[in-house]
Design a protein around this ligand. Sequence first.
Ligand code: SER
Length: 584
Amino acid sequence: MKAIEIRNKYLNFFKAHGHHVIPSAPLIPENDPSVLFTTAGMQPLVPYLLGEKHPEGTRLTDYQKCLRTNDIDEVGDNRHLTFFEMLGNWSLGDYFKEEAISMSYEFLTKELGIDPSKLSVTCFAGDEDAPRDDVAANAWQKAGISKERIYFYGKGDNWWIAGDEGPCGPDTEMFLDTGKPACGPDCQPSCNCGKYVEIWNNVFMEYYKTKDGNISKLKQQNVDTGLGLERMTMLLQGKETPFDTELFAPVMEKLKQLAKVEHIESRRIVAEHLRASMMVIADGGRPSNIDRGYVLRRLIRRMTRHLNKLQIDLNELEGLIDLYVDTLKGMYQELEEKRNIIKEVIVAEKDKFVKTLSHGEKEFDKVVAKAKLENKNVIDGYTIFKLYETYGFPPEITSDLAKEQGFKIDLSEFDKLFKEHQEKSRLGSEQKFKGGLAEQNEQTTKYHTATHLLHKALQIVLGEHAKQNGSNITTERLRFDFTHPEKMTPEQIKQVEDIVNEQIKRDLPVTCEEMTLEEAKASGAMGLFENKYGDKVKVYTIGDFSKEICGGPHVTHTGELGHFKIKKEESSSAGVRRIKAILE
Ligand code: SER
């Protein structure tokens, strides 16, 4: 069975069971700067899992493009992928455990034709947060799984949450026995020896966990499921790796023909990273030095480096991209639509990297010559960092080269220096999120400060739930997105304007302090976005009125702002309102 057939079977099956098929959200989350990429099918659905009404009803199904880069360094082995497709079905306060499990069983055994005796499942063993999941286990038994193939594990295996805050709950996971020999008498699904491969996960999302670890019940009981398409395709086709399926095989073959040396890991890295880069670019991503852009840059660089390792002429890249588009366009129409731009972006980034490489390699040779002269066998972190900062020479490549030449590397100091460097980038990126456009002038600075006043005023008038969801500033206006379930009344709008104008009249001083994120939180500062890169943040205080984590810049006194006026209040997306305002 081909991947596209599995996808279609899945969507049709759930459609026949009352689900509405929704389109895949882009890989780059809309209106959500707090996460870099879409990593699971549930991510775009969070507001609806929390209780918001979805326009298409309470039963949904889709295929979702996902990118997970935590394991980027593992790519090259026989299973890791950064980009993958997740098939999912959701109950938003509709069916729960029994029905979800009975549908999963039916789909696996009837639609995909998997022999029921090859299936094992795991359920939550129970703890102080939630009871042992006998309901799920009984549902499995009723469906047709025998008791000895039902396992119970704790939170480490059978609890699912994205990150450290959000909707979550116990899950039940399905495993396929590959027929490989057991690793010992205790061999079971959790042992990771390769005999049992996880194929599907049903999460019973009825809880919400806050950052400080509090778990409470959600308004509704949801089901969130995820089935990895590449892995299922590989298993049903009896292949050893996803690279042997039709999704990768033509490109893997072509790489083999072009390569002057055989190196299977390098071929997999090229095939995997090229596909992931193409998908990110098709959804609007572009290489840069921070955040999403840096992930894409890393993917393209690592791919280029491995093309070099395979001794493949880099001019072959365009042909490889064409081959990939032709291979995958039936599944991802956007690749065909964006074929040219994908080529332009990847080739330009490759060219840039080739220059960096040749500069960096020269400098690296000097470092090696010096180390040899001094009889050293370690390249220290400071040198690795300097190569990175001055020549843009990536640390992973310095490490590779050092090892190839018989040197050890000491990354401890590098990590410290790199963290400081990222901190600088973070401040830059915070600015980008807050400012939208990187443009900074007198007028945009005023709008930054006005945005803080507006944010606080909204919380006073509407309540603390009215939190920032996005912001964009130009010289003409500010635009501010915030969470609020309904349209603001004209009275509320007027109240907000009055409060902001009152603070402007008071001519409050604006001051800035640097502190750790914890200190900022303890001081009561409003935090806008998830802090990701280290712990120092800037906190801007406006008199006694507002305190907020922000990259700045701001005016020194609110009196400079002029008169504040809301021009528009409208819906931005479900549960999110948008205000456009000006300073006159
Ligand atoms: N959210 C769960 C996962 O990613 C189920 O889809 O595994």
